[in-house]
Design a protein around this ligand. Sequence first.
Ligand SMILES: Nc1ncnc2c1ncn2[C@@H]1O[C@H](COP(=O)(O)OP(=O)(O)OP(=O)(O)O)[C@@H](O)[C@H]1O
Ligand SMILES: [Mg+2]
Length: 307
Amino acid sequence: MTVLETHNLQKAYRQHGKLVEAVRGVSFSINAGEILAFLGHNGAGKTTSIKMIAGLIQPDRGWVKIEGFDPHRQPQALRRLGAVLEGTRNLYWQLTAEENLEYFGILRGLNRKVAYQQGIYMLERFGLLHKRRTPVQGLSRGMQQKLAIAVALVHHPRLLLLDEPILGLDAEASQEVKGLVREVAAEGCAVLLTTHQIEVAEELSDWVAIIQNGKLITLEPTQEIIRRFSDSTYIINIQEQLDSGRINKILALGATVVDEQIGYSGTPQGLYQILEVLNPLPLVQVKQEQADLTQIYLELLRENSDA
Ligand SMILES: Nc1ncnc2c1ncn2[C@@H]1O[C@H](COP(=O)(O)OP(=O)(O)OP(=O)(O)O)[C@@H](O)[C@H]1O
Ligand SMILES: [Mg+2]
């Protein structure tokens, strides 16, 4: 079931009399239980898109639907939404952990008793129960981040927006937050996650969306994109250096040769042509290289900046 739908979102800012086109036609959707990693370089338009989805800034064009409701016009949309924007601004620093949860629970439509109970449940779940009476300013950064996510979830939203949720967290807190994101999705919440740690996106996401200069250049299931790139990359190791005749033939087939290693990105047929040139030299190994999302991400950004 589709939880979030965005269509042709556009936003330009006026900066020193100049128009900055931050988002230039972004469309995607997220189903219940799915995590979409929203990737892109600094200033690519991620936070601007998220703010439009969260109903915080009005798009110049395009629309957002959260389970069919428009966050800019229909308050039902906001009840279905939890968001942690850059930093931890969705918390009141002088209120305690439990007061924050209760306050925001009520704000999003729970009655006082349910808000309190849900707050306690969230504190337990996030391992923060022992800090329930501590004001936010007395919590560590990682605890504040976990509390911010707890607050975003207190009313059981259908859509969770997380802008850089693990920035600045230590290894243990990052693991915990990643685990929580997985759990929330497993319970059926749709999650939009931005991160500059591409390996985190690879670990968590079902879908990858890459935004460059305000436009989506990629929107594809994570495993498919990894398979697509991995399928076509081979490394061949040979026992000794090649003679120049063979090197030239192999280069002509579009492969690279570095000492005893040949690298090739292309079709299986092309691979067999290379093996034919090598015949009958002894091979050490032929392997398909598993592409990782970081390589793919950089490659896609490069391809599209050439275009
Ligand atoms: N309030 C604003 N006023 C003017 N320009 C803005 C404003 N907010 C963002 N921009 C501009 O819009 C563009 C997109 O910014 P945005 O914050 O959406 O990027 P981002 O992808 O979230 O980047 P980062 O990875 O650094 O968080 C940038 O050029 C930025 O300078
Ligand atoms: Mg941002």
